[in-house]
Design a protein around this ligand. Structure first.
Ligand code: GDP
Ligand code: IMO
Ligand code: MG
Length: 420
């Protein structure tokens, strides 16, 4: 039996989708445990290119059972669209996609409120994806959420009536347009009808799989630095993103987790607001090479040199056994590469864990300069075939973080991986 958790060690978009698609070949179960469609996981394989928001990224192998955990919040329309896209690519998942009846629903008022709160915060906004994630998790925690279980148990209509009454008052006060009960009720019942063959209680499936020594691959969404508790608050997301959340988000006992792999992009990116000490300005020559567009919102990702200060911390928080370093191929042609190995605040060295939001926005990065390489390394599958400076770059990462880089991405496609 093995239970492997794949976590992002930075601010999201590390390449978790690609890593899951790579590892899922050997998995019996692939399961998502947190977040919602704020996630955008890119998978590129023989079936095409996919930006996956909700369904586990291991769906492309016909042998995998794919679980959407109770730790998720689900926007049903986004899920139905995504299922259709995957079906159109010729993937059949009718009897192997299972959705937790305990998962909470993203309702239209969550999306409205997400936008209204962001507007009200003005310059202090978090820069959310506006997918309703924060308000949906807030309702879950304050006992105001609606779940798939409410359709099954017959409590949906009445709970919706109460919630809509409350939410319409808030929406009116904030200048938004109120929602009509009958319309929302009908729309959501329609979603349930379309999805009910997949909705179930996951606990028996998970526990039977564990008892039968099946292999589990658990997929984190967002990155460890967006964790509600351990990210730089309030520039975080609304769910616990650490590997530990896989236990509550799926009903897996903590002792069963056997391996934790931290996906780490070879440079840093961030979407939305919040401090990012190694961010490069748009006119920096390396910036073009780091350029990325967000898979969910289409926003331009902020980018900068690899910052290992927080990665070292998230490696400790998660207890990472191995790193999966992605996008090494994108660094070819940059003469001098910089890696941030420490921070200074007011001229003195400072530990990442002691920084709060304001401190983090004032730190100065301490860089180690590394020689780059000119050769194109895309698609290389042997470490020894990498240019010496590329090998040194990876070795420096593992030395500073204190975790071996067992996997290295050399391209966006499934097979572009070096396994050491
Ligand atoms: P996720 O949210 O962690 O799954 O990451 P995203 O999919 O949002 O962003 C990662 C981006 O990097 C995507 O465009 C991937 O196709 C791409 N990617 C992942 N691994 C590699 C790699 O090793 N090399 C290159 N060139 N691209 C990669
Ligand atoms: P994946 O799984 C990158 C960021 C948002 C914003 C903050 C809060 O693709 O790595 P939210 O909508 O969650 O309330 O926004 O979190 N964020 C992500 N950034 N990758 C993600 O997911 C993210 N999910 C949320 O940009 O800064
Ligand atoms: Mg992403």
């Amino acid at each position: 039996m093995s239970v492997t958790v794949i976590v992002g060690s930075q601010w999201g978009d590390e390449g978790k989708g690609k890593a899951i698609d790579y590892f899922a070949r050997n998995a019996d179960f692939v399961a998502r445990y947190n977040g919602g469609n704020n996630a955008g996981h890119t998978v590129i394989n023989e079936h095409g290119t996919f930006k996956i928001h909700l369904v586990p990224s291991g769906i492309f192998y016909p042998h995998t059972k794919c679980l959407m955990g109770n730790g998720m919040v689900i926007d049903p329309q986004v899920l139905l669209d995504e299922m259709n896209e995957i079906r159109r690519a010729g993937i059949n998942f009718e009897k192997r996609l299972f959705i937790a009846q305990r998962a909470h629903l993203i309702m239209p008022y969550h999306k409205l409120l997400d936008g209204l709160y962001e507007e009200a915060k003005g310059a202090g906004a978090t820069g959310t994806t506006r997918r309703g994630i924060g308000p949906a998790f807030a309702d879950k925690i304050s006992y105001n959420g609606l779940r798939w279980a409410d359709f099954i148990g017959g409590t949906f209509d009445e709970r919706l009536r109460v919630q809509l009454g409350l939410k319409n008052k808030i929406i009116t006060a904030l200048g938004g347009n109120v929602l009509d009960y009958e319309t929302v009720r009908e729309t959501y019942w329609n979603y349930f009808e379309q999805l009910k063959s997949h909705i179930t209680e996951l606990a028996p499936i998970v526990h039977k799989g564990l008892a039968q020594n099946k292999k589990f691959l658990l997929e984190q969404a967002m990155g460890s630095l967006l964790d509600t508790d351990w990210g730089v608050y309030p520039f975080v997301t609304a769910s616990t993103t650490l590997a530990s959340a896989a236990t509550t988000g799926l009903g897996i006992p903590p002792r069963k987790i056997s391996r934790i792999i931290g996906v780490t992009k070879a440079y840093s990116t961030r979407v939305g607001a919040g401090p990012m000490p190694t961010e490069l300005t748009d006119d920096h020559p390396a910036r073009e090479q780091f350029g990325e567009t967000a898979a969910t919102t289409g926003r331009k990702r902020r980018a900068g040199w690899l910052d290992l200060v927080p990665v070292k911390f998230t490696a400790q928080l998660n207890g990472m056994d191995a790193l999966f370093v992605t996008k090494l191929d994108t660094l070819s042609g940059i003469d001098e590469l910089k890696i941030c190995v420490g921070y200074k605040l007011d001229g003195k060295p400072v530990e990442f864990s002691t920084l709060e939001g304001v401190g983090m926005s004032r730190v100065e990065p301490v860089y180690r300069s590394m020689r780059g390489w000119k050769e194109d390394v895309r698609g290389i599958r042997k470490f020894s075939e990498l240019p010496k400076n590329a090998q040194r770059y990876v070795e420096t990462i593992e030395k500073i973080v204190g975790v071996p880089a067992r996997f290295i991405g050399t391209g966006p496609e499934r097979q572009a991986v070096i396994k050491r």
